[in-house]
Design a protein around this ligand. Structure first.
Ligand SMILES: Nc1ncnc2c1ncn2[C@@H]1O[C@H](COP(=O)(O)OP(=O)(O)OP(=O)(O)O)[C@@H](O)[C@H]1O
Length: 270
């Protein structure tokens, strides 16, 4: 196996099944250190699953998932706990703790993992909030925030422990164009100013391609195309064009695999 020092995450020949159903078959993926990597693909194809595999919450049936050259699926529980501290995941539902203020939400992982004197913790939290433009909202409760602000507060919490990798699951979903622009800019800024490796899973092609150094498209249980944003835009594969142009139907089927429609309808009750 070639071990790369330039890729923070390296997936080789990885297969993952849900029951008998393959989600990934012999898939390969490299996520370069310090870059923004976009993972795109149709709904239900396995993008969130991929993030959970990288985070060690799910185990593949075969293959390797290297994080900084450590094979995640084979790590002991305690080692995985250590490695996971270096990664952060921001899920779409990235819920804040509703009974804690914005300040305390961001302070939570710091209090949980580090034993910092209160004045240092205070300043660290304010610095994280400053980086997402919410220092002024430190004392607000999550219920008082707009959707976009809540997402930014969740981002401040996700970077509280200075992870090396941050994985965003659909960061733009449900945002108005201005909030989307703010989030695009924030991802780009935290990548550039903190040197954070970012993986962004999304359907929002234009937004993500504007900041991604590399972009991959998942379909048919593996990566069907990848490269720089520009290379992907020039790709002539009809499946890639279908996805990038947002066409509802094409070589990548719109429907989740199902029984014959007519048979299902006349078959009556299930
Ligand atoms: N806990 C589970 N048990 C069984 N199947 C699951 C489970 N979670 C997800 N799946 C299936 O795995 C497949 C991949 O799901 P996943 O959430 O990774 O897709 P996705 O590409 O992130 O979709 P979307 O873009 O719609 O969020 C889906 O078909 C889903 O039905």
């Amino acid at each position: 196996m070639t071990i790369s020092t330039t890729n923070l995450v390296e997936i080789r020949d990885m297969s993952f099944y849900r029951g008998a159903r393959p989600i990934y078959k012999n898939m390969n993926l490299s996520v370069p250190k310090g870059k923004v990597t976009a993972i795109m693909g149709p709904s239900g194809i396995g993008k969130t699953t991929l993030l959970r595999l990288i985070g060690g919450q799910l185990k593949p049936q075969s293959g390797t998932i290297l994080f900084d050259n450590e094979n995640i699926p084979t790590l002991s529980r305690s080692r995985l706990y250590q490695v996971r501290k270096r990664m952060s995941m921001l899920f779409q539902s990235g819920a804040l703790f509703t009974d804690l203020s914005v300040f305390d939400n961001v302070a939570y992982p710091l209090r949980e993992h580090l034993n910092l004197p209160e004045p240092i913790l205070h300043n660290l939290v304010l610095m994280k909030l400053q980086s997402v433009g919410l220092r002024g909202a430190a004392n607000m409760m999550p219920s008082e925030l707009s959707g976009g602000m809540a997402r930014r507060a969740a981002l401040a919490r996700a970077i509280a422990l200075d992870p090396e990798l941050i994985m965003f699951d659909e960061p733009f979903a449900g945002q108005d164009p201005i909030s989307m622009g703010v989030i695009v800019k924030l991802i780009s800024e935290i990548n550039q100013s903190l040197g954070l490796t970012c993986i962004v899973v999304t359907h929002d092609v234009d937004e993500v391609l504007s900041i991604a150094d590399y972009a991959y498209i998942v379909a048919e249980q593996h990566i069907i195309a990848g490269g720089t944003s520009q290379e992907l835009r020039q790709n002539t594969d009809p499946r890639v064009k279908q996805f990038l142009d947002g066409l509802a139907d094409g070589p990548v089927p719109f429907h989740y695999p199902a029984n014959d429609y007519k048979a299902d309808l006349i078959g009556g009750s299930r």
